[in-house]
Design a protein around this ligand. Structure first.
Ligand SMILES: Cc1cc2nc3c(=O)[nH]c(=O)nc-3n(C[C@H](O)[C@H](O)[C@H](O)COP(=O)(O)O)c2cc1C
Length: 352
């Protein structure tokens, strides 16, 4: 049972202010490379119309040399509020990319200082900036000087357990002109393992005057509420909890505004959403969209009898018709038989 305390409700009632830009929700959809394209964001926005969304991270060096807008940077003119996330280590390239992002319609520019992937960190981007705070500072100053929209930073609590520098780093980004910071409560060394350490988010919150968004392990309304209570953060950002579940941001937003839990979508509703996702990916990206849809489809097909079989089939679809036929057949079966959970199908997974 989750409850919304009057104190938390009142604290979160005013709009989130990112510099002069106001956002009508304290729940944000994180940037997820390979996931948060225009199609996915459109689905999340069905349930969370006022939430801030982020593009997948965009390589500023790539933009500098190619000079053409990659598809991952495209914004639908009707989607607001929206931030374009950039990564790189060169302040001048990032400033140039930020100008292009604003021309595309970004309401804010976010700089990725948290990505743990080797390919990114060995080139000086992502979380390796935690070890180069002077470069990170120069980046923020350079981007702030180049664009009129607010500039924000998304980072982790440190490089490793021996190098946790979230408080000093966050203050430095604020002093350089960042208007909001999102903190993922893990070190780079943790990757996505272990629990997110929300206590560090609380410490950083106390040290900042700009808004701080808490990130890491927000998989449910209850987790979001607990995180906001424990950290004092100004908002929460949902990430892996939205994979195959574009309802999460809207569920948390609705609860924080009303104190009411929305009914969880049924397996049929989730599969209907999967079918929309597949059709939209096909319409937007063609065959490439079908290849990308495979992973999304397997994330949706969970929690009902025979879901594992369906996942196996959806993982190898070759075209739109195959996917739609599989999903429609599963929906028909669920409608006829009612649904049993996967746990009932696999009793060994049920906790006793
Ligand atoms: C598949 C995947 C892609 C991601 N891509 C990005 C990205 O492009 N930019 C970014 O700042 N973080 C990215 N992240 C990190 C998430 O935004 C988030 O910080 C992290 O997953 C922690 O939150 P969680 O524990 O709720 O998942 C990615 C994470 C995953 C799992």
């Amino acid at each position: 049972m989750v409850t919304l305390s009057p104190g938390l409700k009142a604290r979160l009632a005013p709009p989130l202010k990112i510099g002069s830009f106001e956002v009508g929700s304290r729940v944000l959809q994180s940037p997820l490379s390979g996931v948060t394209d225009l199609v996915f964001r459109r689905l999340v926005r069905r349930y969370a119309p006022s939430s801030m969304m982020y593009t997948e991270m965009v390589n500023a060096t790539g933009l500098h040399y190619v000079k053409a807008l990659p598809k991952i940077m495209e914004i639908d003119p009707n989607e607001r509020p929206i931030s374009i996330q950039l990564f790189d280590c060169r302040p001048d390239f990032l400033a140039e990319a930020a100008v292009m992002a604003v021309a595309e319609g970004a309401d804010t520019i976010d700089i990725n200082m948290g990505c743990p992937v080797n390919k990114i960190t060995k080139n000086g981007g992502g979380s390796s900036l935690l070890r180069q705070p002077e470069v990170a500072e120069a980046i923020v100053r350079s981007v702030v000087a180049a664009v009129a929209v607010p500039v924000t930073v998304k980072t982790r609590i440190g490089w490793s357990d021996k190098e946790i520098n979230a408080v000093e780093f966050a203050q430095r980004m604020q002093d350089a002109g960042a208007q909001m910071l999102t903190l993922h409560g893990r070190t780079r060394a943790q990757g996505y393992n272990g629990a997110a350490r929300w206590e560090w988010i609380g410490r950083v919150k106390e040290a900042l005057s700009i808004p701080l968004i808490a990130n890491g392990d927000i998989f449910s309304v209850a987790a979001a509420v607990r995180c906001l209570e424990e950290t004092g953060a100004d908002g929460v950002m949902c990430s892996r909890g939205t994979l195959g579940y574009p309802f999460l941001v809207g569920e948390v937003d609705h609860f924080l505004k009303t104190g009411e839990l929305l009914p969880a979508p049924t397996p049929v509703e989730r599969l209907a959403c999967a079918r929309d996702h597949l059709e939209m990916l096909w319409a937007y990206k063609g065959e490439k969209g079908i290849r990308q849809a495979r992973k999304h489809m397997t994330w949706y097909a969970k929690g009902f009898l025979n879901a594992a079989d369906l996942r196996g089939q959806l993982a190898v679809i070759e075209n739109l018709e195959q996917g739609v036929t599989l999903i429609d057949r599963a929906i028909e079966q669920l409608n006829q038989q009612g649904w049993q959970s996967e746990a009932e199908e696999m009793p060994q997974l049920v906790e006793v």
